[in-house]
Ligand binder design. Structure first.
Ligand SMILES: Cc1cc2nc3c(=O)[nH]c(=O)nc-3n(C[C@H](O)[C@H](O)[C@H](O)COP(=O)(O)O)c2cc1C
Length: 338
């Protein structure tokens, strides 16, 4: 990863200046070294070389997932990203998944530190498991959490920033979580570190709203699943594009975690106990590879209803950045219409 850039702390310039897209004084940009404080969420199987490299090339922060807990996979993907781009990118460490195999966990962390990785996110577990080792190596660490309690705990453990996931988000969900509007403000009131907002964001309007609520960056998952560079079957992308605002469902199926996915016939029947829930693992083969939308419930956020076509990563990031500044200008004009 490139050297970190130091964050200039000057006054925000006029958006009409030559540097209209520069995020002055933004701590997420300073921590990551990317042009735009836009993260591509780490997603099992999806957040691998083609997507991560495309996000890096477009000026965002691609995050390589390591949930397979397999050093061969991680090495292969990492090397492919390095080959495809010289821009910064980061790595996600999902604590629960990695610690299932202690030897592999140790090997992955040691290997990553050897590569000079400068930015890591932790998720799904207690970040203090890795904090000392990562901080001693000079790595910037953000922790992803869906609760205020989780954010406060992570900051006490020494993380540099938090990714705050509202209940709109796709995938495995925590029963205690609340939606982003209230959650971001609550976290902002209680911690000083930079916040990256995740959940329900697909464009510049959502990004500007997240910034107003206290964030300094955004992470998008569902939006990037439905991107040209995402490796999943076209049926899954098309199903996200076709989904209405209420097109996702949270299913509670103990002992497995709650989960937000596409509201398919299968999801409704499994939710109502009329159909046996298929193993989470099977979604990879059945949906991501074979494109069976009907008999699965692909991870998808409430943001699905805001996604109207499959676009390239560069289009998504460029539109998000220009839309963000358009919203900022629109709001600034309330005070100064000149
Ligand atoms: C297909 C998919 C897979 C995901 N897999 C993971 C995962 O493996 N680990 C994780 O921490 N979060 C995962 N998430 C959640 C994202 O990290 C992120 O919090 C979420 O996508 C944000 O909401 P959004 O989808 O509305 O942008 C996944 C999300 C999607 C859409």
């Amino acid at each position: 990863m490139n050297q970190l850039i130091s964050g200039p702390c000057g006054k925000m310039r006029s958006p009409s200046s030559k540097e209209a897209n520069v995020f002055h004084g933004n701590r997420v940009v300073a921590h990551t070294g990317v042009a735009y404080p836009i993260f591509q969420a780490p997603m099992t199987f999806i957040a691998r070389a083609p997507l991560v490299a495309a996000v890096a090339e477009a000026g965002g922060l691609g995050l390589l997932e390591t949930s397979s807990a397999d050093l061969n996979v991680t090495t292969h993907e990492f090397t492919a990203i390095r080959k495809a781009t010289d821009k910064p990118f980061g790595v996600n460490l999902p604590v629960q998944m990695l610690k299932r195999d202690l030897d592999e966990e140790k090997a992955i962390i040691a290997w990553l530190l050897d590569q000079g990785i400068r930015f890591v996110t932790t998720s799904a577990g207690d970040p203090s498991r890795y904090i000392e080792q990562l901080k001693n190596a000079g790595v910037i660490v953000y922790h992803a959490t869906a609760t205020l309690h989780g954010a406060i705990k992570a900051v006490a453990a020494g993380v540099d920033g938090v990714v705050v996931e509202g209940a709109e988000s796709a995938g495995i969900r925590n029963p205690d979580e609340i939606h982003s509007f209230a959650l971001l403000q609550a976290v902002r009131e209680n911690v000083d570190v930079p916040i990256v907002a995740a959940g329900g964001i697909v464009d510049g309007r959502g990004m500007a709203a997240a910034f107003a609520l206290g964030a300094e960056g955004v992470a998008m998952g569902t939006r990037f699943v439905a991107s040209a560079e995402s490796p999943v079957h076209a049926n899954y992308k098309d199903a996200i594009v076709a989904a209405p605002s209420a097109g996702t469902l949270i299913t509670d199926l103990p002992p497995r975690a709650r989960f937000r996915g596409l509201k398919t016939e299968y999801a409704i029947e499994a939710h109502e106990g009329r159909r046996e829930r298929r193993p989470t693992r099977s979604v990879l083969q059945d949906l991501y590879i074979d494109g069976d939308v009907d008999n699965t419930s692909g991870p998808a956020g409430e943001s699905s209803g805001l996604i109207h076509k499959v676009e390239t990563v560069r289009q998504i990031i460029d539109d998000t950045v220009s839309g963000f500044w358009r919203e900022i200008d629109r709001l600034a004009a309330l005070r100064d219409p000149s």
